[in-house]
Design a protein around this ligand. Structure first.
Ligand SMILES: *[C@@H]1O[C@H](CO)[C@@H](O)[C@H](O)[C@H]1NC(C)=O
Ligand SMILES: *[C@@H]1O[C@H](CO)[C@@H](O)[C@H](O)[C@H]1NC(C)=O
Ligand SMILES: *[C@@H]1O[C@H](CO)[C@@H](O)[C@H](O)[C@H]1NC(C)=O
Ligand SMILES: *[C@@H]1O[C@H](CO)[C@@H](O)[C@H](O)[C@H]1NC(C)=O
Length: 774
């Protein structure tokens, strides 16, 4: 016990010394105060104590404990957070219609003062509010084939409104329709076809806003009924033109400001997209602007091409619109389209759209059950944010998304904000952390300069040969002078008899590592792009791998070694770190069954053990695999057999398998199939498992066990007997046949002989030939 404590203390001391030594190295080379405090873990001491061992002003933070410096001379800024706006979250129990503004995210505005490399933790709370207002715009393909859909939709309009009203009291419904660009080859532009493209059809049009968002559902029914069906020529329709107009025409459509915006895009055909316009000679790309005329009709369809999927995605994100593709044809096409458009979803309509209400409700619930925080930082931003949340569980998970949100449920997100650079302009930087409609603005100021640069400044002092100012304890030379005491003038050049001792790195024998020359006690490196460091001892080329960017752009080069930004590792910061190798909410890298290489698990593979899966969580061949792990529970819960049988233990099983009649492709897709023999019954049972999320599995078990067919003993006996009889009969038959043939031959011979004999007797009587020898 005691030995253990000693050992761990010794280890701790060793660790502390080692880290001190490491930090010392990177701190001590910083000659300016601002440079020093931009290095994480270093502090600046303007006036080191006389007897202290260090000759540098920049020392590791840990040395504060050792007493190198008096407190008033220390420059070591800390992060700070100031709350600028923190309005309380809207109260779910109250009727929010009375509330002027709905607040779901708190706080709303923070001012952060960040020192480079020091992480600041902040916490935000999100509460889903009941009755969140919803704007739903129904955008419908009104080409000829949609006639029955339209009639159904008109009938269902009020039910749709009622259902949505149940979900939210502030509901508005709008309606628009589209056909296609009225140009060859999309529509027939022959005179009579322009008037009447099909029997009972109205002239074709591109997109028309039939009903701006309105809270009266009867108008919806009326407008849908009165909207005429039209026709075009080719199979795909011009829905993208319409979708773009609906998204960008904020005023004409009547989108409110803080609402959940939903567009239901309903069609039975494919869509035209960017590039197709060329068929009609349109080369100008879609300009993402609103072009509706006073009647709400899109007339500039002949000027701009169809938008691209990327444009639709961009605008849907910018305008925070959820698109629901409710289609009655081409489900695969629209499913993959919905994957490309953020926050969109997809559902299949019945042939006549009868299930539209259920579909919209289901998709609405899917949309609203998820909350996601995002920010507008880019790769080049000087700040990074990492998110984590417990969501509704007990374990912190690195995620910016929580599911299972209901009205009134509340989740807390923890944000770690880190400044990774000091912007040259020194201006505050604004970050928007947002959910669908709410946002938190972070006003970031960078603490990159030392206070002593203004407060502790002595101009024209003898300490600096009257040729510089003493700033933060070190000389800052006036133009024309240099050296640590401003003792040299910049016009003097390097002299051969100069004292080079200050330019020789301890342990080296050459001044400036032989890669530069010594001038006034400081090294001037020959090629500063490739060589740096106080003694020109550092090779920048060691920070890039071949032609790659320095540290792959994921870190900084410090004396020939890459120092990676958080989230990256490797010699050249070329790898993402091992956070990608951990199953959500787990500490173990690659489930303890593999190595993390560059953010990817390399699973253990040896003779009989093959781990697999993204996190090496799977092992079919080992007894510790999930199949074997789940086996007993599945078996006892469903068949009441096996090791656990009907015991109490069975009730303690964590998993709850779903019995099914078939393991169809939908279940088998991605899931693992396990097959075991039930030794109690001698039959086999199959079940599948699929890793879901947060350590949960979905398990399906085939309801019936499969028993091997009982051997057909009777059949075999009968078969054998029958075969023997058959063979016997056959032998008899052949024997009979052979004897018959033989007999016939003999008889024929006999007859022949007899006839010959007769002939002889009738003609010239003589004895038969055979008898002649007798
Ligand atoms: C609205 O909710 C009430 C009660 O919760 C239910 O009885 C009614 O059927 C719902 N209406 C629709 C259209 O879903
Ligand atoms: C992020 O959003 C803020 C606040 O809206 C804005 O001031 C800032 O310019 C945005 N940053 C970027 C990189 O777009
Ligand atoms: C600095 O002080 C010296 C002597 O006091 C004076 O000669 C010199 O002009 C001063 N220089 C500046 C830049 O003020
Ligand atoms: C059960 O699994 C075995 C082998 O894994 C397979 O041959 C069999 O067809 C499966 N049974 C059913 C009904 O899927």
């Amino acid at each position: 016990m005691k030995a253990g404590i000693h050992l761990s203390m010794a280890l701790w001391v060793f660790w502390a010394l080692a880290s001190l030594a490491y930090a010392q190295e990177s701190c001590s080379v910083k000659e300016q105060c601002s440079e020093c405090i931009q290095t994480p873990g270093c502090l600046w001491c303007s006036k080191p104590k006389e007897n202290s061992a260090t000759n540098s002003h920049c020392v590791p933070e840990t040395s504060q404990l050792v007493g190198i410096c008096d407190a008033q001379h220390i420059e070591n800024p800390q992060n700070s957070v100031e709350v600028l706006q923190n309005d309380p979250l809207s109260d779910v129990s109250k009727d929010v219609r009375q509330t002027a503004r709905i607040i779901q995210l708190a706080p709303q505005r923070l001012k952060l003062k960040l020192r480079k490399g020091k992480t600041q933790h902040i916490r935000v709370t999100y509460r889903q509010v009941k009755d969140y207002p919803v704007d739903l715009y129904y955008l419908m393909d009104l080409s000829n084939s949609m006639l029955d859909d339209k009639e159904n939709l008109a009938k269902l309009g009020s039910r749709l409104a009622d259902t949505m009203r149940n979900l939210t009291t502030q509901f508005k419904l709008g309606f628009g329709s589209f056909v296609d660009k009225v140009m060859m080859p999309f529509a027939d532009t022959a005179e009579e076809k322009l008037q009447r493209p099909c029997s009972g059809c109205a002239p074709p049009y591109s997109y028309r806003n039939d009903l701006p968002l309105d809270s009266d559902p009867s108008k919806f029914t009326e407008k849908v009924l009165s909207a005429p069906i039209s026709g075009n020529m080719d199979a795909p329709e011009g829905g993208f033109d319409a979708l773009m107009q609906v998204m960008v025409c904020k005023e004409q459509i009547g989108w409110r400001d803080t609402v959940r915006r939903i567009i239901v895009f309903s069609t039975d055909a494919k869509f035209h997209h960017a590039g197709d316009g060329r068929l009609a000679g349109i080369v100008q790309p879609n300009d993402e602007q609103c072009h509706l005329d006073e009647h709400g009709v899109y007339n500039d369809f002949d000027k701009y091409d169809y938008p691209s999927v990327a444009q639709i995605n961009k605008i849907a994100q910018r305008e925070e619109i959820n698109v629901i593709f409710a289609v009655s044809g081409y489900p695969d096409l629209y499913e993959s389209l919905s994957k490309m458009i953020e926050a969109s979803s997809f559902g299949v309509l019945d042939a006549n759209s009868a299930n539209v209400v259920e579909l919209v409700k289901e998709q609405y619930e899917k949309i609203t059950s998820k909350i996601k925080l995002s920010d507008n930082l880019t790769d080049t931003s000087p700040v990074t944010i990492s998110y984590s949340s417990k969501c509704h569980g007990t374990q912190d998970v690195a995620t910016n998304e929580c599911g299972d949100m209901k009205e009134g449920s509340e989740v807390v997100f923890d944000l770690d904000v880190t400044a990774i650079e000091c912007p040259a302009d020194g201006k505050p930087f604004y970050i928007e952390v947002k959910t669908l409609q709410d946002k938190l603005i972070l006003e970031v100021e960078f603490d990159c300069n030392c206070g002593c640069e203004t407060t502790d400044r002595v101009d024209n002092t003898t300490d600096c040969h009257n040729q510089g100012a003493l700033v933060c304890g070190v000389c800052s030379c006036y133009p024309g002078y240099r050296g640590d005491r401003c003792q040299c003038s910049t016009s003097e050049f390097h002299e051969f008899n100069e004292d080079e001792s200050q330019c020789i790195m301890p342990g080296d024998s050459y001044a400036c590592s032989n890669q530069g020359y010594c001038s006034c006690g400081t090294c001037v490196c020959d090629s500063p792009d490739f060589v740096d460091g106080k003694y020109c001892q550092c090779n920048r080329r060691l920070c890039s791998n071949g032609n790659s960017k320095e540290c792959y752009g994921h870190g900084t080069c410090e004396c020939g070694k890459c120092k990676c930004k958080p989230g990256y590792e490797g010699q050249f910061c070329e790898c993402e770190d091992d956070s990608k190798c951990r199953e959500l909410g787990k500490q173990e890298v690659c489930s303890g069954h593999g190595e993390c290489k560059c953010g990817k698990c390399r699973c253990t593979q040896s003779d009989n053990v093959h781990y697999s899966g993204q996190y090496c969580e799977d092992c079919q061949s080992c007894s510790t695999g999930k199949c074997s792990k789940f086996r007993d529970c599945v078996q006892c819960q469903h068949f009441g057999t096996g090791v656990l049988g009907k015991t109490e233990e069975c009730n303690k099983c964590e998993i709850k398998p779903q019995p099914v009649d078939f393991l169809d492709d939908k279940i088998l897709n991605n899931a693992r199939l396990c097959t075991f023999e039930d030794t109690d019954t001698g039959c086999y049972f199959n079940f599948t498992y699929l890793y879901m999320d947060k350590g949960k599995y979905s398990i399906y078990v085939l309801r019936e066990q499969q028993c091997p067919e009982p051997a057909p003993v009777l059949g075999i006996v009968f078969g054998l007997v029958a075969a023997i009889v058959a063979i016997g009969l056959l032998t008899l038959l052949i024997w009979k046949l052979l004897t018959t043939i033989h007999d016939r031959r003999e008889y024929a011979k006999f007859e022949d002989e007899r006839r010959k004999a007769q002939w002889n007797t009738d003609g010239q009587p003589s004895l038969p030939a055979c008898n002649q020898h007798i």
